[in-house]
Ligand binder design. Sequence first.
Ligand SMILES: [Zn+2]
Length: 419
Amino acid sequence: MNKNKFLYLCLILSAFVRGNEVSFSEVTKLDADTIQISFLLEKVSYLKSYSLVNPSRLVIDVYNSKLNSEINEAYNFPVRKISATSEEGLTRIVIDLYEFVRWEKPVQIKTDKGILLNLVISKDKKLKKNTRDIVIGIDAGHGGKYPGAVGSNNILEKDVTLLIAKELERTLRDTQGYRPVMIRDGDETVSLNDRYQRARQYAADILVSVHADGFRLASVKGASVFIWSEEASSTVALNLSEKQRKRIQADIKNLKTEDFNEDQARVLYPEIYIKKIQQSEALGIKILDQLKSDPFTKIHKKNVEYADFRVLKSIDIPSVLVESGFITNPEDAERLKKKKGRRMIARSIFLGINDYFIENPIEGTFAEDNPSHLNYEIQKGDVLSEIAIRFGVTVESISKTNNLDNKSIYPGQIIKIEI
Ligand SMILES: [Zn+2]
């Protein structure tokens, strides 16, 4: 490494570490079986959290931080002890446990005092290991004062993307082992920087951004899947990212320096970033494969595309952008205006995500056991034919797997869906 580059790295590193102190905050009882352990950070941080067995414990590594004072707190069942040590800019928080617990990936919440790092733990006697849900960040493109593209039938991209996102959220929410988090929940204006920042704060394992853009030629149609690259790979990608780039420039001015800076982090952790690109590609391929087998959706590009979409820029969260189609094309606009068409996009994304995690399981999640089925919780108003469409299976197969015959289903019932 030459001297200038070295000095530059030192500068970035010192800017990163400065002022990021970690301190213990409190333990809150959320209900009879659930507690929340909180720490205080000065900045949104790059975290790694995982569980260990024998003895059972949870670990949170806070990168580029230091402890304000050593933490060593005894606590009640199921927590034995909460402790933390800091070495060479890495703070390691360890939660020692009496038994296995259900836990949620820690989230980072901005407050007046700083960033609250919250870890939720629940008792569950049935567990054979520490278990957590896979967190899926769902980003509905545009919103609020940015309508996105306008369809040939006057539908707005921001409405289409939110409806697809909500459809996907529903399937993930009612399928055991997944937890969806919405980057925007309603008609809200969210900057591109805030979008991947939120994905980090909500501890998303992956981020899927849903779009339905326009093109100057109404004949251009079909769905495509993008991952991030500084060099765009096709003319369409170039064209789209040009538009995006203009918006990014406006966003850069609003970049909050006290928040996590992905561009600096990419210089600091190149190996993490390279892994993220590979994972994004693997995820993109799975979603695209599902889109290809969907009879309603035509494909625009048969390979995963690369584009400079800022929303995908997180250094460690595998991120893909799904173009559901071009709403400037009359056929695509009609398809995406109808629930049937939007549901197919949500289904392909869901099945693609599931294929990805079964093939690349995260430790301590349901996907690790290489399951042959998903567990779905019946909701009020559910009918088997709709569930079948949601998962791309037949009513007959659901009936057979669950011995339903002509028995009726009821809310709260867990049924198996063969995958
Ligand atoms: Zn868009």
